[in-house]
Design a protein. Structure first.
Length: 58
């Protein structure tokens, strides 16, 4: 399972950190840089999980 991968756990922690860090950004940035940072951060563990699923079905 992908949750056991150290790289997935580290990327998940990074995503949580990005969410916490961007909570303090101005409301005017919510749909700009905040949205972009959060989407980029969450894509890392998501892509790792997806790649692991593909490799485990081989």
């Amino acid at each position: 399972m992908f949750e056991r991968l150290r790289v997935w756990r580290a990327s998940y922690e990074l995503a949580l950190g990005v969410y916490k860090a961007t909570n303090g950004f101005p409301a005017a940035e919510r749909y700009g840089i905040v949205s972009q940072l959060r989407r980029a951060a969450i894509s890392i563990p998501t892509n790792i999980a997806e790649g692991n699923a593909i490799l485990s079905h081989r």
